[in-house]
Design a protein around this ligand. Structure first.
Ligand code: SF4
Ligand code: SF4
Ligand code: SF4
Length: 281
């Protein structure tokens, strides 16, 4: 593998010596740890480990600390406890670039599904009743609600290709571009029949950001929007609204499904308004 000198990296400053490497930290807030697991098991993880200095990544090394001074921090999970919030502030302070890793960090994830429908006290009572728990919980929120986030790597969990793209971009001194086209584009490239058009399945591919290569549809399962809404000015919303209406996919169905992973996504209501609102009447 080519040795990448730290001086070559736009993200690394003040480096002396040929063997300088970007320092990377991987941290977990409240989550299922699936995103970290995905990162730890990418096929080329050994190449990545050689190209960077892993300063903190408990899934790979017990010799980790929170926080460490790093060039790039990947943060998984939502802020669901006071301890999460304290850790996140510390990670931000010690990181030059912060990446939200996965749907929980990007949009709050499934644990923030009840946002706007149930407050924390109601939620606590529903789950724990009169029991007390050994942590200070709070309503789950995405990390961008508390700190500046430089890049968003969506998915539940993110795809291997995209993880490699992000890490490669940082290594080569460029920066990852977000995708601005829908899952449908990748679905058609994959040669799938359209299960929305042909079978009336409630597939949210047309309004969901691409990047998963239409993973679910390729297994015959409709997309439920885990990667979040596609920017509303880049898809064919007029014909889309008509198709959704013809197939009985009304606004509430789309909203309910997309809230599963992205109740906090600021683009969701804008996108719904574009598809179902006055602009299409
Ligand atoms: S985004 Fe999905 S895989 Fe990642 S931590 Fe959250 S629930 Fe787990
Ligand atoms: S609506 Fe669903 S099945 Fe049809 S092309 Fe889009 S992603 Fe594929
Ligand atoms: S098809 Fe939809 S639900 Fe499935 S992984 Fe892709 S974005 Fe997520």
């Amino acid at each position: 593998m080519t040795t990448i000198r730290r001086e070559q990296l736009a993200i690394v400053e003040d480096c002396r010596g040929d063997d300088c490497k970007p320092r990377v930290g991987v941290y977990a807030l409240t989550s299922c740890y699936g995103c970290q697991l995905k990162l730890a098991t990418v096929e080329r993880i050994l190449d990545i480990v050689k190209a960077v200095n892993i300063e903190s990544f408990y899934m790979l090394s017990s010799n980790s600390t929170i926080p460490a001074d790093v060039d790039v921090a990947f943060v998984e999970g939502s802020v669901s406890t006071e301890k999460d919030l304290e850790e996140l502030f510390e990670v931000r302070k010690h990181s030059r670039i912060l990446v939200a890793l996965g749907a929980c960090a990007v949009n709050g994830g499934v644990q923030s599904w009840v946002e706007g429908e149930m407050d924390y006290d109601q939620l606590y009572a529903d789950v724990y009743g009169d029991e007390t728990i050994d942590m200070q919980g709070r309503q789950a929120t995405p990390i961008s609600a508390h700190v500046d986030v430089d890049y968003y790597l969506p998915g539940c969990p993110p795809e291997e290709d995209e993880i490699m793209y992000f890490i490669s971009s940082f290594l080569f001194g460029t920066f990852p571009e977000p995708k601005d086209y829908p899952v449908c584009a990748e679905c058609r490239l994959a040669g799938n029949p359209c299960i929305l058009i042909e079978h009336g399945e409630r597939c949210l591919g047309p309004v969901t950001t691409a990047g998963c290569k239409a993973r679910c549809i390729s297994f015959g399962v409709p997309c439920i929007g885990c990667r979040g809404p596609v920017p509303h000015d880049t898809a064919w919303f007029d014909s889309l609204a008509l198709t959704f209406q013809q197939k009985g996919l009304d606004e509430e169905v789309v909203r309910d499904r997309m809230r599963i992973f992205g109740a906090h996504n600021p683009h969701l209501e804008k996108m719904l308004n574009k598809v179902y609102g006055s602009e299409n009447e």
